[in-house]
Design a protein around this ligand. Structure first.
Ligand SMILES: [Zn+2]
Length: 58
């Protein structure tokens, strides 16, 4: 899976705020994603993120 800044992704597990939708804000070996609902940002390794996402949202 390739990630680009601004992409919306859906994770299998919901965030604590109840949303499962995230926006990519930084790419690289570690990806930074921001929760669309509560704006919390987290850093995650690309290989880990690949396992956690459900589907890209277009
Ligand atoms: Zn959230």
């Amino acid at each position: 899976m390739k990630y680009n800044i601004g992409d919306r992704i859906i994770t299998k597990k919901k965030h604590v705020c109840g949303s499962d939708e995230w926006e990519v804000t930084r790419t690289g070996a570690e990806i930074k994603i921001k929760c669309v609902k509560c704006n919390r940002e987290i850093m995650i390794f690309k290989t880990e993120l690949d396992k956690k996402i459900k589907a890209p949202k277009n």
